[in-house]
Write a protein of this length. Structure first.
Length: 158
């Protein structure tokens, strides 16, 4: 969302304020804004904003997608890192894809870094979506939600 001075005298200065909502972002992010003017020598100006959004827990990626042929097993990994100085504790808190996906939560660096290893279970052609929730000891982010989608298609014969 933007607000700006509506009228600026020739040769004068104006102010543009950009409101950027950072919810759902983490780490280094960039945004662009295009400003249209009635100045014949500069009809358009591009503004670039770069910021580092600090979050209590860094998770990458937030969403996992499996895609393959029927009866194929596909593996994905989600990295989780503590963004605060205090140790992070994770425990399973909900998973609705039993029979379609398995997961293993691995602690890489005590209280700091984790990996979630996800593996699709081979089966018939199908499409599914679900989640893995992990409970944390951080009141700033009590639950991590990893969204999972899968699409396995029929193998072509011949």
């Amino acid at each position: 969302m933007a607000s700006f001075d509506k009228a600026i005298l020739p040769g004068g200065e104006g102010k543009i304020t950009l409101l950027i909502r950072t919810k759902g972002y983490q780490g280094t992010v960039r945004w662009n804004a295009r400003v249209t003017t009635n100045d014949p020598s500069m009809k358009e100006v591009k503004l670039k904003v770069k910021a580092f959004v600090k979050v209590p827990i860094i998770i990458s990626p937030h969403k996992v997608t499996f895609y393959g042929k029927e009866s194929q097993s596909v593996k994905r990994v989600v990295d989780i890192t503590a963004g605060l100085k205090k140790p992070l504790i994770l425990s399973p808190d909900g998973f609705n894809l039993e029979g379609k996906v398995t997961y293993v939560l691995e602690e890489i660096e005590k209280g700091r870094k984790f990996k979630v290893h996800l593996t699709s279970i081979p089966g018939p052609p199908q499409t599914y979506h679900g989640f893995l929730n992990l409970k944390t000891n951080y009141p700033e982010k009590p639950v991590l939600n990893i969204r999972i989608r899968g699409r396995f298609v029929k193998m072509k014969k011949g």
